[in-house]
Structures are given as structure tokens and as C-alpha cells.
Ligand binder design. Sequence first.
Ligand SMILES: C[S@@+](CC[C@H](N)C(=O)[O-])C[C@H]1O[C@@H](n2cnc3c(N)ncnc32)[C@H](O)[C@@H]1O
Length: 319
Amino acid sequence: MMTCPTNEMEQSTCGEQHDQQQGPGAACHEDGENLWDPFGLLQIDTGCASSRSQFAGNENENWCSRNALRKQRHWEKIIAAKKNKRKCERERRKAKHAEEKGAAPQLSKRDLKMVVKQRLLEAKETGPWLCIDLSMTGHMTKKEIGRLAAQIRRLYGSNKKAQNPFWIYLTGFVKNSPIYDACLRMNDGFASYLMDVTPESYLDLFPLKTIVYLTPDSENALEEVDPQKVHILGGLVDESIQKRLTFQIAREKQVQTARLPIQEYMVKNVNAKNYHSTTLAINQVFDALLTFYETKSWEEALKAAVSPGKGYVLRGTTS
Ligand SMILES: C[S@@+](CC[C@H](N)C(=O)[O-])C[C@H]1O[C@@H](n2cnc3c(N)ncnc32)[C@H](O)[C@@H]1O
């Protein structure tokens, strides 16, 4: 009977791994085989050999070898099942990889940039158009202006990734103003963002009847994203909430208003803080517009935009 003290030590190390890890970590061989499984069989035999010496009769010897055989068969079955499982897993991974490769041919960075640019320039011609009204920065602290600059960065990032992006305008964007400085300082590559920036007001750029000012306080729920309209977002971060500010401004200018249809598609979730808010950050509202434009589903759009912290869940869901 083979005795192998060195292997016995390594076997116990490996054996521990084998016991604790059923996954890929249990493998001690490069293709996932546990090298010491065969020694596991040898150990069983060794145990038998030592017990065999304690018994004199043939009967005991027979019993011991039958028992060892049974155990060996049992282990062989386990090893075969494990091998088969690993093989299936490898094949599944291979098939998935091949499928992904076939479905989305890899574009070079340069080509990808070209595709994004083309999509954006097409949106500039045909819509949809989105405008961020930056005329209210006088209502914000320096910290809030910094957060607004970060939201503009996220919003632009989502737009670049979209299959059907919007063309974006920043209006009321005055050179050397705090928001201008914050955008240049905090947003890498801001100067080459593909969008239009102007110190002018949206009222001087677009016909009144094409403007829809989005505000959480509007009585009108937005029903669709019309690519012939210009949707305006209030460039505002109000940590101490300035209720109805954009709504009042829009009403003064006799501009059409709309809110996201949160109340129509979602219900208040019971939560410990009993906090519920339909006021989102501009990048979240934009995520809703982008998703709706792509999927034509308000459920999908609101799921993408309204975080659980807002205290709302889609109707018919529990969380
Ligand atoms: C943080 S909110 C500012 C809330 C502020 N109290 C106000 O008077 O608009 C920033 C902007 O996101 C847009 N917004 C936020 N939640 C919205 C909602 N539920 N529906 C439509 N627009 C929303 C509006 O354009 C809003 O001006």
C-alpha cells in the first residue's frame, strides 16, 4: 500500500479546500481537477489496511475490502459528477461568449466616438431637444452650484450612451459666472461637449408654442416626449426646497408646463421615514425622458429614474 507523507500533508491542505469550496476555488489543478482526489481513495485503503492488521479472520478482511470498494465507487461517482458539471459550465461560458461577440461587434474607440457624434448631430437637426435653463443660479449656494455642474456631467454622459439621444442646449449660461466656472473646473472635457451653450434665454431661441417647461409642480402629467417640442429643465439644486419656483416662473412667461407622471404610474411606499418626494435631480428627470423616448413605456422610464429613496414604487409592485 502506498504511503506518501509529503502528499499526505499537501492532501490535507487541498482536502480542506475541497471540503469548504465547491466552486472553482476548490480546484488544485490548472483545468479545475482536484489533484488529490485520487489520494482520497488511497487514504481510504490505508485506513482499511491498518484496521485489517487488527483482525485475524478472512471474514473481516472480506468485509473490509467490500466496504472499501463501496466507498471507492461512491467517490468515483462524485468525482465523475463534478467533472461533468465543470465541463457543462465551461461549455455554457463558451457559448455565451460567442453569442455576445456575434451580437455586438466590437467598435474601436475612434469609431465609437464617430457613431456618438453622428447620433448627436442628427438629434440637433430632427430633435428631440432638451434645454437646461441656467438663469436661476442666483438662488443657489456655491455648493449647490457644484452639484448642478456634476448633474450636467451625468446628464451629458447618459445622453452620449443613448441610442436615440437628445440635442442639448444650456441657456442663461453666462461666461465667467459661478456655474460656468464650476462646469469648466469639474467636468473633464467640458469645452468639447457636443451641445449648444448660450447666455440667451430659451424664450429668445424657441417659438413659445414649442416649449414645455418641466416642473414637479405642474398640474399636467407629461404623456409623451414629442421630438418637435423643446423640453426645458430648471437648472436648480435646492437643498432647502424652493417650492414651485420654476412653476411660477413658467406661468409668468405663459409657457406650457408638465410634470413626470409619477402619481399616475407609482404609489407611495410605506417607509420608516414616511418620506415621499416627486422632485428629482435634472439628470434623473433626463434619464426618464431618454428611457421613455427609447421604450415608449412610462413604467420603464420611471423605474430608471425614481430611486427607492424617493418613497415611490411602481403600481402593482411591492418594493
Ligand atoms: C431639483 S428640481 C428643482 C425643484 C424646484 N423646487 C423647482 O421649483 O423646480 C430641478 C428641476 O428638475 C426638473 N424636475 C424635477 N422633478 C420633476 C418632476 N417630477 N417632473 C418634472 N420635472 C421635474 C424640473 O425642471 C426642476 O426645475
